[in-house]
Design a protein around this ligand. Sequence first.
Ligand code: DX5
Ligand code: ZN
Length: 236
Amino acid sequence: MGELMSRTQVLAQLRGASPAILPSMLQCDFGNLRAEVSALEQAGAVALHLDVMDGHFVPNLTYGLTLVKAFRSLTTLPLDVHLMISNPEDYLEQYVAAGADMVSIHVEAVSDARPLLRKLRDLGCLASLAFNPETPLEKVENCLEDCDAVLIMSVNPGFGGQEFQPVALEKLRHLRQKLDENVLLEVDGGVNEHTIGDCQAAGADLFVVGSGIFSGEDYSARLEHLNRYLTEAGRH
Ligand code: DX5
Ligand code: ZN
């Protein structure tokens, strides 16, 4: 296994790799994690997206620090940890220590996201701000200078396999125009062959895909298929 990377190296790698599909591990075979991670590495995944849910901020409970550590022990790919939890401020150090390279906190979960984003950067982690489909852009706008990435939810967080909400496209377009081009735009939820092209055209760099990968057994074929809908045109 190779060396783990610094914050700036991870950022450069993700920027360089974009447009890139990030497998959401929510629907992987947790009884066979080593094989799952290895198959995704061989399929060319550039990072893994880990969905942490607490049964409180969202009506579903998944996994937490133990599984993030397990993924860390299995791969040097960047780990993109999506915290769908209340009180994320209580856990940032622990998720970074567990091996997160990028952490997304939800703007709906905190009164002021800025100190948390700054803390993530101070901890050597990429700072990302996530927001739900019904959350207005104004809620995130005053935090953008503290973000390495913005995670635009295109479904209500909690479950895989939901239908893409087109409101995410407007938000992507707006943010792409407004933001420094170095800030990564990531879209999450219902991203598949029917929606991924529109997301790229609207300005997304990183595309989180769960069902679109794990509904099949051949992850290389799934990624190759979805990649056909992405152009290599780079920035928009
Ligand atoms: C939803 C999660 C997503 C989810 C995406 O709350 O944040 O990452 O796994 O799954 P699909 O691609 O099936 O919508
Ligand atoms: Zn997610």
